[in-house]
Design a binder for this molecule. Sequence first.
Ligand code: UDX
Length: 516
Amino acid sequence: MNILGINAYHANARQVGAQLSFDTRFLGLGPNLRGLHLEVEMAGRREELHADSVVGAHGASPVARTAGWPPIDIRGSAAFFSGVCLAEAGHEVICSDIDSERIAQLQASRMPIFEPHLDRILAAARNSGRISFTADAGEAIRGGEAIFICVGTPPKESGDADLSAIDHVARQIATEARTPKLVIEKSTVPARTGIELRRALTAYTRNGNLNFRVASNPEFLREGTAVEDFFHPDRIVVGVDEESSAADLREIYRPILEHRFHCPVHEGKCPPGHEGKFLVTTINSAELIKHASNSFLALKISYANVIADLCEKIGADVEEVTYAMGLDPRIGAQFLRAGLGFGGFCFPKDIQAFIHLAASVGVDFDILKAAERVNKQRIDRYHEKISKALWVIKGKRLAMLGLAFKANTDDIRFAPALEVLKRLLSEGAQVHASDPEAIAKTKSMFPQALYHEDPYEALRDADAALVCTEWECFRTLDWERAGKLMARKLVIDGRNLYRPQHMRELGFEYYSFGRD
Ligand code: UDX
């Protein structure tokens, strides 16, 4: 890796930093780590607990530091990805979290989540001393001139985003800072949060001479491809109200913009033609861009799902329809996959927050409400398919292939598969589930189900196979072999992974979405 080149650039750079946070929850009676979130469910009441974390980037490299460069610092979950990737890009990064157990885990180089490539680059960054972890947020805050806030912004009951973690971090920054800071929102926040953040920083500080600049730098990383997305972004959006803030952010991202890194995904052979745009906007626009993008993608998925329903009624094939639609560059091929719908910690909460934001300023965003409704109905539609195929669910042995909300992650937050699992268990089915990464997290929530690392073991003696996550290993499953193990050759595919004709040729009774 061209560390010296990166150092040289940093030797001239202003010192900047970022603050990110892990959003931590508890579920059930004991601690149940679900990614970086903890939920507490007691006496039927569910509460979300949030823990701040800080990922701090210090200067550029050991070389730059010995040259006397003060550190930078950073703070989240996608933020954790960014922090590790910034270290890989040549920065020096400190991560801090008020969950000292989590910090201890990271200090021991244990990955809290599964994300392709991340373990490798985290180990490399730790070995080279470019990343470290601390429970002392003050230390990280004081160390840098710029701080990225990436705390969780979960939906409140009203659908509005809960910004209490941002407020908490603002107070921490304002009280711990001894020098001027560039404070950058990385969390997904409703538009106009930047204005409130600036106000909070000014209100909470005891030093009226301290200047806090505020900027917005929304995160577009997808789970499962976060590392690739970080190093090959379509766009890096920075919302600023001062030119110097844009200049600082450009410096942070310069290694990416100038392709001055050793790509951990493509091992130096990155596909050509991927030039990410560095976009400078107002803070309000940057905040809106993130919500507008995620909500549009969610809308696109729901649109494809309604087309699938229509296809079923009319006798058309949704794959044929969406494929042809996607060839039109004005529409684009991505996010038109029909099936069980969207889950995860971003789309469901972001769409709700956007609906709420629009309503709060008197703008009618009913199309988003419809997209949300369609998505919730996907589980009903799938359950109907299962009930229709099986007649009676109680007592049936069912193989569930996939638990995570999407492939290549162990994240089960708002995973459609879990909704399906919950209903089947409540109706007395015996569920044998398999997932390459998400078993551990699901097991503690649903101990009644049986879990198998090997999907063929889940399929043994099953009355039906239910495909709930689009993992490649399920797409390429040997159904001839599976068919010999199953009690009944029935597949109900929630992700349209297989060709109906092929499955029928193999002797399966096969149901999917929007296809005969
Ligand atoms: C999303 C955004 O894509 C990313 O830019 C943002 O930073 C965070 O939120 P992520 O939550 O990782 O990323 O998942 P994504 O790949 O967008 O998929 C979301 C859900 O939609 C998954 O449950 C997936 O299975 C589902 N999906 C996706 C479909 O049902 N059909 C599709 O065509 C695409």
